[in-house]
Design a protein. Structure first.
Length: 90
């Protein structure tokens, strides 16, 4: 998609809100994530952002697992904490 340093990871970090943009627009699947108001980037409401982010996946090249937890617990924990799922559903 592009050479090293061309912004691929930065774009993904912006799409998942690990980084915020200060200008420009982001639209995903017809949903406005960020628009401009003059010189200021305006983010959508939290519900819209949540809906958009659910459709975006990101796999880190370098990642950390909680060493005191099993693999299953490492997978379930963020779904319970971030996505607000019940443990059984996660």
């Amino acid at each position: 998609i592009g050479p090293s340093g061309s912004g691929k990871s930065t774009l993904l970090r912006c799409l998942t809100q690990l980084e915020r943009i200060d200008r420009g627009q982001i639209e995903i699947c017809g949903k406005q994530m960020v628009t401009m108001n003059g010189e200021k980037a305006i983010y959508a409401d939290n519900r819209t952002l949540h809906d958009i982010i659910l459709d975006v996946g990101l796999v880190f090249q370098n990642f950390n697992l909680f060493p005191h937890m099993t693999v299953l617990k490492n997978i379930v924990e963020p779904q319970v904490k971030v996505l607000k799922k019940e443990k059984e559903e996660a």
